[in-house]
Design a protein around this ligand. Structure first.
Ligand code: FES
Ligand code: FE2
Length: 452
């Protein structure tokens, strides 16, 4: 296909069917630069994509007690993930129902209720209006929609996801073929118990959020973009798996539907995951102390590293080693990455201390390479006359497609990019009906459906 053809500028009306425009922007092996540079398309993503599908919100372990909350985002919407007195976790919109003030500016905390700083309205942990000054100034106060808006929240084994879709597909169906990969990630922790540390490491780059997705399953770039990191490993004589000639490595990448994908590096290593780690500060002492204990199996050391499997759940969660990387779009050319460090709740303390050292390592010496590449791509895409980005690698040249249309390829296939863009296109073509829920309305609906 020739790399030519100008895409007409079309209106991005929130209600319109934009299938034709989307077909124009995303072709079988090409994608138009406007996906990364057009502020109108970015606005549309904030309305049609984020909120219309499930997004990762938080992990159960971050809100263990009643009143605990964390503040997260789905697109431009601030969401308070709150554990109620009934033990249930809800997603409340951080927006006072009086005149719109955000109720909370902290990223986490514990409250008995949420009180608006502007005129003092108070809300229960389940979002119900709990009181306001001069209640007599309203006619039929509790019949007005003053309870806080809520999104739908569902959990898979402690991982909490949220959506505003009026009729969301079940979370397990949305995870689909990604579900066993998520379970495997959870199951490698003793007892399946994870603790997510509450304060993330944050990085921002001057580029579009989808550059992080283009990179999520890009096994090819590691050999080149992370050359200095690979040299550190080579000098330490460790298994530098990403430094290999990408033409001769059996690692695989696989699309998993709904834009999800996974890269499995394990077929590419000869030893264990622990053997891929070069020496890090304090780690050899911690490992020696641990393995000196008679009851400890040496394979436990693998728990200190990542599992060599990068799972990506579109549109905002990427498992990187032992971290949960959350992708937060800020503007068409600005993105925030939040890395939540995960501990194995029932593992020996040495393992969790080693996890922290391992987690710091790639963020410090590897991720800056990625961010520089993202910013350089964004800069390059500023050349309006060069319209197209090629995403054809692997298609017809090594990729295998199963009966369900899921693609398995080698480390350098761009099938995961084509996969998430197909989901992007599906969500962006037509608006998904959305709904804000409210405690009292939901309770009334539940009573009706139960015939009370
Ligand atoms: S805006 Fe919140 S009480 Fe007025
Ligand atoms: Fe990278």
């Amino acid at each position: 296909m020739p790399l030519t053809g100008t895409v007409a500028t079309q209106p991005t009306d929130p209600a319109s069917d934009l299938s034709a425009l989307m077909d124009d922007l995303i072709r079988p092996e090409l994608v138009h630069r406007r996906l990364y540079t057009d502020a109108g398309l970015f606005d549309l993503e904030m309305q049609r994509l984020f909120g219309a599908t499930w997004s990762y919100l938080a992990h159960d372990s971050e809100v263990p007690n009643a009143g605990d909350f964390v503040r997260r985002r789905i697109g431009r919407r601030q969401v308070l993930v709150v554990r109620g007195r009934d033990g249930q976790v809800r997603g409340l919109l951080n927006r006072c129902t009086h005149r719109g003030t955000t109720l909370v500016t902290e990223d986490r905390g514990c409250r008995k209720r949420f009180t608006c700083p502007y005129h003092g309205w108070g809300f229960e942990l389940d979002g119900r209006l709990a009181g306001l000054p001069v209640p007599d100034s309203y006619d039929r106060l509790y019949e007005r929609p003053f309870d806080l808006g809520q999104i739908t929240v569902a959990a898979h084994r402690g991982f909490l996801f949220g959506t505003l879709a009026a009729e969301p597909i079940p979370l397990a169906d949305w995870l689909g073929p990604a579900l066993p990969w998520l379970d495997a990630h959870i199951d490698r922790h003793p007892g399946g118990r994870l603790t997510v540390l509450p304060t993330p490491i944050r990085q921002e780059y001057a580029g579009n959020w989808k550059l992080a997705w283009d990179n999520a399953a890009d096994g090819l770039h590691a050999t080149f973009a992370h050359r200095s990191y690979n040299l550190l490993g080579r000098e330490a004589d460790t298994e530098t798996v990403l430094a290999r000639n990408p033409a001769h490595t059996p690692m695989i990448s696989r699309t998993l539907g709904h834009g999800h994908c996974v890269v499995d590096q394990r077929p590419g290593i000869t030893g264990s995951p622990w053997d891929t780690m070069r020496p890090l500060p304090t780690c050899s002492d911690l490992a020696a102390g641990l393995t000196a204990r008679s009851e400890v199996d040496r394979s436990l050391l693998d728990l200190a590293t990542g599992n060599m499997v990068n799972l990506s759940l579109f549109p905002n969660l990427i498992f990187v080693g032992n971290q949960l990387m959350v992708v937060e779009p800020v503007a068409v050319d600005r993105t925030r990455l939040s890395y939540y460090l995960v501990l194995a709740a029932d593992a020996p303390e040495e393992i969790n201390l080693m996890r922290l050292r391992v987690d710091e390592d790639f963020i410090s010496f590897g991720t800056p390479d990625d961010l520089e590449m993202f910013e350089r791509v964004q800069d390059g895409l500023g050349i309006a006359e060069e319209e197209w980005i090629d995403i054809s690698r692997g298609d017809g040249a090594g990729d295998e497609v199963d009966a369900a249309g899921l693609v398995t390829g080698g480390i350098s296939t761009e099938a995961p990019i084509r996969g998430y863009l197909a989901e992007w296109k599906r969500l962006m073509a037509r608006p998904t009906p959305m709904r804000v829920r409210r405690s009292r309305v939901e309770a009334a609906l539940n009573r009706l459906t139960k015939g009370e």
